[in-house]
Design a protein around this ligand. Sequence first.
Ligand code: FES
Ligand code: FES
Length: 191
Amino acid sequence: MIVTVELNGKKITREIAPDLLLADFVRNEGCLSVKRGCETANCGLCTVFLNDVPVLSCGVLTARADGCRVTTLEGIRDEAWEFGAFIADQGAEQCGFCNPGFVMNAVALFRENPDPTEEEIREYLAGNLCRCSGYEGQLRGIQAYLAWKKAGRPRTQAGELSGESKGDRPGDPGGESKGDGSGNIAEGAEE
Ligand code: FES
Ligand code: FES
């Protein structure tokens, strides 16, 4: 069967097998941030946005995405980079394998609820399994990021904060961040 999908802003038409999973489709297109962790819709590692709604792509047929927008971490690099620096600053990443799915779900949360309570954050991210951490660093990273956004710190492009000096924000080169400052949200993204 033939499907047409807008993948990360680019319209593509492909002939696919009717049972091709969306996770495999996007990986075949080079979006290697999308992982197959459990393959049973339990871990969150394969999260993509389908028409801006987060879905577990290991449980969605590509046929369902026909005519839709599909977004992976590769398609929201700027947004993800901004947030990823706060996660790195908390040392929340260990192996990094869960990070792309976690960032996708965190971005979805910020879009849906820009001012979530701690309980709402925990609830929203409950489906994101991490085998390395106790989630506390991730929670602190989210809270620090939200506080930074609330304080109104606009940025112009990745790595540049408008009207701010270097190191003003966790993860910025030259700052006093404990993290590596890379804001490397794609750590472990390509395998
Ligand atoms: S691989 Fe899809 S939820 Fe785990
Ligand atoms: S950091 Fe290793 S699985 Fe989450």
